[in-house]
Design a protein. Structure first.
Lengths: 298, 295, 441
């Protein structure tokens, strides 16, 4: 299929150079910092004075800190719960949007708006909305609505999940919509001839056919959830009582507020390892990624 | 040309809605209900934001939060603009344009090289590097980036925001663009080469127009991500006149959080440019995104 | 070809925009330099009226009197400032004049060699030193040398109350801890929040512990911690204080939602002057804020204030107080010689001049300048000012705010644990264990 191999000589020489600018940018501001964060984790630095190499001190203080376990747990919970909430809803919504009725296209326009707002803006808006004394609940005098949403750990966690879903379900439902639209009608017709009802068709045809889409969407969701910072920082600053202190936030607080750059870098390394591990795991789970397999087959 | 990029039309689930029958109507009802419910969930906060921004602070506490303002006022917007938001807007524009254009350009070049130069060893390595880069969160590298920016004497400048943004936009952009370039038929490249075109020429005269939907998509996607970026400005800038919109929003909110109408007015103002872009380029964003991701 | 032209244009744009951006962005990447007209010293300080106005006023007056050596000021919010100043110092882009609270943060700057030693300068300018409260120099002195100039006001922590609300329930401000707990249950039955609290800021919670530690065990308790004595957090008086605070939380002593209210926005103070809460423990600077934001509340005599009540059976002297003995200005060691000269000129002539003193008094603050009693007595806020002056000067011990006294690392751990304590998710013993681990950090 790839016939270019024949005439490689003389014509392909410029090609590697075309990739160099991107490589330079990426190496300079992504790869080098990555190496840098590993190096920094073996130092002690308060962000103000000099950087002093200190071997395993920072690692030791991080790995023996129960806070780290807590941050890992919170991050894991956020990841799993947000996935569990977003995926079914995105699948349903995507299937709904796949229908070609006119009004569904109009709805899709509105659905997408939350994705356009910055996480900071959304957090600020919800903070005002949910204020127990000055927000929506207080104004409407609905006791249930004017709870201490951001002041009670379990509620604050729930609010974070809700807002994340509010923001990102549109995106994932769009992916699922495209996925559903690609399922051949013939399969449904055959199933209908066999007497399968709508629900049965959904579970036996739609869902299995969406497997690859689900892997893509889940990978994005899961790896993306590791990077939640803006939203939580603005909404709860990790509180209340560390209920929403995910790994990224823990790293920032340790480094920039507690002046512990060494341990913060160690946590950053952990963050990267977890992200890489998850990406690899998910790819393994779903068979080869389409992009990879395409390249492999070249 | 564009026909090669879209799938041949097939009878898909999309057409199911038209097939009649009692069962079909039943399913639409349930789906419809869910759809409208989600619409309410999406719209309610947006509606609240909009009407609150038009209320005066004094009347906000005494009136029903969900009722439209009896005497709508633009005073909140004026207050936000007086708080220097035009400058923050310009900063955001400079950072976004200054990052997206180079990012898409170099990524396009790299994607082309990767597809056309496959399976060269160097290009395979570069591709692998970018794929791994997809899983690296920006947050994890913020401390060394802070150090690098300081050493380069770029602290508290907009360039400090631009450079890392370019770097982190590259992996995904290369991935999506490479996918699209792979769809361009080999014959077209062959005919260009027979005509004596160089790779550089082929890159810009053939590939760019063919992959325009994808280029537009990644441009819009990256622009959105960078426009809404918060961590980089938070750490790498300090002067108020270097702030970008999300950071300005947060600072404004911290100071005036008791003045709810002003806060939501600032949210609306900062989102307005994106909404405009969305209205203009929606189709590209939506169609391109799904094609890029659902491969 | 059509496409060819458009692509060239795109490429031109692609090249042009980042270059333009870079030019615009790199323009003034250095600190304190101004485009033309000599270098300016830079000065960062907190925003928030009415205090911001006084500080800006001082800068403006200085600039007018010194056309050849000016100061460019930038304002920041309280909590954001605490992080921002550190990043700036770490980036070598600190302002010439660094505003702060002295104590542990100042110590970290000194250890990193980031601020200048001012001892000899003060020796050369004894008139500057002798004007000020002698006690104000304590938190600005590290290892026996003066690294910061005290300025602004003395800020003890005060127990404020809404007179109208307390009258409504027929109560008087608490005279003892038992009184306080009883008042809490009375107010709750009447549906009024007893205490307002900006819990998300955490240092607001800390003020409660500062007082309880002192009232129960005397200033020695925290002094031991500050001195780095092992396991000093497990002192029985400390555990008692921690337990009492949790009792208060369990008794619904704090307004609903306190854990998500920030102090920066003055939302906690709004709850007091709007009558949603009956009382509030806050710094003396809150008087000025309530005066500015609360409409007729303060001028109309609606605000009451007392010192924190004693705890029955406690060792601490009821006259003791805690808070900020002063605010402090340091000079960045990385500033240019010119900038440092401007800064020192500001210290000598621009800090706490008579206008500034009057303005601070107008905001309900007691400047750390000696001999202002008559001015205080003549002001419209004479009662409050006299109260603050007496509290500050008659206190047998004036403890510095813990998060400023301790190092930033220990302070951050402290604030985290305090948040957990108030959330009732850790026990007093756990708190003590966690804090014992960072003693001397």
């Amino acid at each position: 299929m790839r016939a270019g191999r024949r005439v490689r000589r003389g014509h392909g020489r410029i090609l590697p150079w075309l990739a160099v600018p991107a490589l330079v940018f990426f190496a300079g501001f992504a790869v080098i910092p990555l190496v840098g964060v590993l190096a920094l984790s073996f130092t002690t630095w308060d962000g103000i004075g000099a950087i002093r190499p200190s071997g395993l001190t920072s690692w030791r203080s991080v790995l023996t800190d129960p806070e780290l376990v807590h941050a890992l747990w919170v991050t894991f919970l956020v990841m799993v719960v947000s996935w569990a909430v977003q995926t079914p809803l995105s699948v349903l919504l995507g299937t709904f949007l796949a229908g070609h009725q006119r009004y569904r296209a109009v709805l899709a326009v509105v659905y997408f708006v939350p994705l356009l707002l910055s996480s900071a803006a959304i957090a600020i808006a919800y903070k005002a909305l949910l204020d127990p004394n000055f927000g929506l609940g207080a104004g409407l005098n609905i006791a249930w609505l004017s709870q201490d949403w951001l002041g009670r750990p379990a509620l604050a966690f729930g609010v974070v999940i809700f807002i994340v879903s509010w923001q990102f379900i549109p995106f994932h439902s769009l992916i699922y919509q495209a996925g559903v639209r690609q399922i051949p009608q013939s399969m449904y017709e055959a199933a209908q001839l066999d007497g399968a009802g709508r629900v049965r068709q959904f579970f036996s045809i739609t869902l299995p056919q969406l497997k690859h889409t689900m892997i893509t969407s889940s990978t994005l969701m899961v790896v993306g959830s590791l990077t939640f910072f803006d939203l939580i920082f603005v909404l709860t600053a990790g509180g209340p009582a560390d209920a929403t202190r995910v790994l990224a936030l823990d790293m920032y607080k340790r480094g920039f507020q507690a002046n512990l750059m060494g341990p913060a870098s160690a946590i950053a390394v952990i963050l990267v390892l977890v992200g890489l591990g998850l990406a690899v795991l998910l790819r393994r789970l779903g068979g080869r990624d389409a992009a990879v397999s395409q390249l492999e087959g070249a | 040309m564009s026909a090669t990029l879209t799938r041949p039309p097939r009878a898909t689930t999309a057409d199911r809605g038209r097939s009649g029958g009692r069962v079909a109507r039943q399913r639409n009802w349930l789906g419809g209900l869910a759809g409208w419910l989600w619409l309410a969930i999406v719209v309610l906060p947006l509606y609240w934001i909009l009407i609150t921004s038009l209320k005066a602070q004094s009347s906000y506490y005494t009136t029903n939060p969900l009722a439209p303002p009896s005497a709508p006022t633009l005073g909140n917007y004026r207050m936000v603009i007086d708080a220097d938001f035009i400058r923050y807007f310009i900063n955001s524009v400079v950072v976004t344009a200054g990052a997206v254009i180079p990012a898409v350009t170099v990524s396009f070049m790299a994607a082309y090289a990767i597809v056309r130069g496959w399976p060269g060893r160097f290009l395979r390595a570069v591709n692998g590097l970018f794929l791994m880069g997809l899983a690296i969160p920006l947050q994890a590298t913020i401390i060394p980036i802070y150090l690098i920016i300081i050493r380069l004497h770029l602290y508290d400048s907009l360039l400090a925001l631009i450079l890392p943004s370019i770097a982190f936009a590259i992996p995904l952009t290369v991935l999506v663009l490479a996918n699209f370039i792979r769809d361009v038929p080999k014959e077209l490249f062959e005919s260009m080469r027979i005509d004596g075109a160089t790779e550089w020429g082929t890159l810009w005269r053939l590939t760019a127009p063919l992959t325009r939907p994808a280029i537009l998509t990644v441009t819009v996607y990256n622009a959105l991500t960078i426009w809404n970026g918060f961590l980089l400005p938070l750490v790498l800038t300090q002067s108020p006149d270097r702030r970008t919109l999300p950071l300005a929003l947060w600072t404004f909110q911290g100071q005036y959080s008791v003045n709810v109408p002003a806060i939501v007015a600032s949210v609306v103002l900062t989102t307005l440019p994106i909404l405009v872009m969305y209205a203009v380029g929606r189709r590209q964003l939506l169609s391109g995104l799904t094609a890029g991701f659902s491969r | 070809m059509d496409t060819q032209i458009s692509r060239r244009t795109v490429l031109k744009l692609a090249a042009g925009v980042p270059v333009a951006a870079a030019l615009a962005a790199c323009g003034s990447a250095g600190p304190g330099t101004s485009a033309g007209g000599g270098t300016k010293a830079t000065y960062w300080y907190l925003n928030g009226q009415p205090q911001e106005g006084v500080r800006t006023g001082a800068v403006d007056r200085f600039n007018k009197a010194n056309p050849n050596g000016q100061i460019a000021g930038t304002t920041f919010q309280n909590d954001a400032y605490k992080t921002k100043i550190k990043t700036a110092i770490g980036a070598g882009q600190a302002p010439t004049i660094i505003w702060g609270w002295g104590g542990g943060s100042l110590r970290s700057y000194v250890t990193a060699g980031q601020v200048d030693d001012l001892t000899s300068w003060f020796d050369q300018h004894p008139e500057v030193k002798s004007r000020l409260f002698p006690t104000s120099f304590g938190a600005g002195t590290i290892n026996g040398k003066i690294y910061a100039m005290p300025c602004e006001t003395v800020q003890p922590i005060v127990l404020y109350y809404n007179k109208k609300v307390l009258d409504q329930v027929g109560a008087r401000p608490p005279q003892s801890w038992g009184d306080l707990m009883a008042l809490v249950s009375t107010l709750n039955t009447k549906g009024i929040a007893p205490f307002s609290l900006g819990g998300q800021s955490r240092w607001t919670n800390m003020m409660w512990l500062e007082f309880l530690f002192d009232r129960i065990g005397g200033p020695e308790v925290f002094q031991a911690i500050f001195n780095g004595e092992k396991n000093s957090w497990s002192n029985p008086a400390a555990i008692d204080a921690l337990t009492k605070v949790q009792d208060l939380v369990k008794a619904n002593g704090f307004i609903k939602g306190f854990a998500s209210i920030t102090a920066d926005s003055n939302a906690d103070q709004a709850l007091l002057y709007t009558g949603k809460a009956a009382m509030m423990l806050h710094g003396s600077w809150s008087y000025g804020i309530q005066q500015t934001d609360g409409g007729d509340f303060v001028p109309g005599g609606g605000l009451g204030y007392v010192n924190f009540p004693p705890v029955e059976g406690g060792k601490g002297d009821p006259s003791n107080t805690v808070g900020n003995p002063a605010q402090y200005l340091s000079i960045s060691s990385k500033a240019s010689a010119e900038q440092k000269t401007i800064a020192k000129q500001f210290f000598a002539t621009g800090v706490l001049d008579s206008t500034e003193v009057t303005q601070w008094i107008g905001t309900g603050g007691v400047p750390i300048v000696q001999g202002t009693q008559s001015q205080l007595a003549g002001s419209k806020d004479a009662a409050f000012l006299q109260f603050v002056y007496d509290t500050a000067t008659k206190a047998k011990s004036f403890g510095q705010s813990w998060d400023q006294a301790l190092s930033p690392t220990a302070a951050e751990t402290l604030l985290d644990n305090i948040a957990n304590l108030f959330q009732l998710s850790i026990s007093p013993q756990q708190f003590a264990t966690n804090m014992n681990a960072v003693i001397g950090a």
